[in-house]
Design a protein around this ligand. Structure first.
Ligand code: NAD
Ligand code: TYD
Length: 337
């Protein structure tokens, strides 16, 4: 059995990866370590309760008493756990430093004493490159993060590299573009817009709506990570991009069209401070290992809209039953006017 530690496995990408990994690898035994913040949902893994090859541990990656023994028992670590929302980082960055930077340090330090560890995947992000007015970011490009989330991820990204360079911890760093798919917390743009559109509520579009993101289906992301665990070279960084560069306004129209809702639901609101105009990744390095995205954007977006339409019992309790969500929403959007 291969012992795999997944941090942040109750969140969006992490929970998709845990399910993917258990299905794809009958010889993997997966431990999920997750603090269950607002974004971590125990129900994302509920169907795995009693699964003979999965166990859930609630804990903070920045707490060595919990995290270090788990790292030291693992052959593979996939480190997703993070505070992830740019807008939240602009309101208050402390938790981002705690989890994304200090938490990563705690795991890496434990990894120095992990006798069986063969791969530590540091899940970074394309946002570390900063805004890319033209062309596509390559792994060797300078990092120019421009908001506290991106900066905390850039710090963790380079910290992970330093543990390879200094101590030969077998680190592989991945920089993925914006993910979409099932179980994404409904304050990120795609699930927020889909669920607001279902309820015929306004879709708050920042600025002129012409900021561009490169959308990657979460299943394609999981397949890339699987490949890199087997074939990624320690100390190397790999971009993972969907190749779907779409302006937010275009994306919003597509969502409204899929749900048969009018364009009048689009509500232009004040822009995000320091809003990165465009991200775009060069994925040639990963493609040489044999990966390419398999999900066409129209198909993946349609399936994602369907998932939210059919799984109201997943998102309605968050949007309607949670005081914290409403407080966040009011605070975030009231000031945008
Ligand atoms: P998410 O916000 O949905 O989930 C994050 C998870 O981490 C949650 O389950 C949360 O409870 C957990 N967590 C937070 N702080 C923790 C702590 N201190 N200890 C243990 N667990 C903690 O995030 P996501 O969208 O699934 O992103 C996962 C990773 O992928 C992050 O590292 C993020 O930076 C990276 N990433 C995300 C995207 C994207 O588009 N979502 C793109 C590129 C990279
Ligand atoms: P988001 O899903 O927050 O991802 P990120 O900021 O990490 O790229 O946002 C995606 C894009 O959508 C980004 O350009 C900001 C924009 N956006 C809106 O226009 N309105 C919103 O309410 C949100 C949350 C995001």
């Amino acid at each position: 059995m291969v012992d795999v530690l997944v941090t942040g496995g109750a969140g969006f990408i992490g929970s998709n990866f845990v399910h993917y990994a258990l299905d794809a690898h009958p010889d993997w035994r997966v431990t999920t370590l997750d603090k269950l913040t607002y974004a971590g949902r125990r129900e994302n893994l509920q169907d795995l309760d009693g699964h003979p090859r999965h166990r859930f541990v609630r804990g903070d990656v920045a707490d060595p008493a919990v995290a270090s023994p788990l790292v030291q028992g693992a052959e593979v670590v996939v480190h997703f756990a993070a505070e992830t929302h740019v807008d939240r980082s602009l309101m208050s960055a402390g938790e981002f430093i705690h989890t994304d930077v200090h938490g990563t340090f705690v795991l890496l330090d434990a990894a120095r004493e992990a006798p069986r560890l063969r791969c530590f995947v540091q899940i970074s992000t394309d946002e570390v490159y900063g805004s890319v007015p033209e062309g596509a970011s390559r792994e060797t490009d300078e990092l120019r993060p421009r908001n506290p989330y991106a900066a905390s991820k850039a710090g963790a990204d380079r910290l992970a590299y330093s543990y390879w360079a200094s101590y030969r911890v077998p680190v592989v760093i991945t920089r993925a573009s914006n993910n979409y798919g099932p179980r994404q917390y409904p304050e990120k743009s795609i699930p927020l817009f889909i669920t607001n559109a279902i309820d015929e509520r306004p879709l708050p579009l920042y600025g002129d709506g012409l900021n561009v993101r490169d959308w990657l289906h979460v299943d394609d992301h999981c397949r890339a990570l699987d490949l890199l665990i087997e074939r990624g070279r320690s100390g190397e960084t790999y971009n993972i991009g969907g190749g779907n560069d779409v302006a937010n306004l275009d994306l919003t129209h597509r969502i409204l069209h899929l749900l048969d809702r009018p364009a009048s639901l689009i509500e232009p609101v004040a822009d995000r401070p320091g809003h990165d105009r465009r991200y775009c990744l060069d994925t040639a390095k990963l493609r040489t290992l044999g990966w390419e995205p398999q999900t066409a954007f129209e198909i993946g977006l349609g399936a994602t809209v369907d998932w939210y339409a059919k799984n109201e019992r997943w998102w309605r309790p968050i949007k309607e039953g949670s005081e914290a969500y409403r407080a966040y929403y009011d605070r975030q959007y009231a000031r945008r006017g």
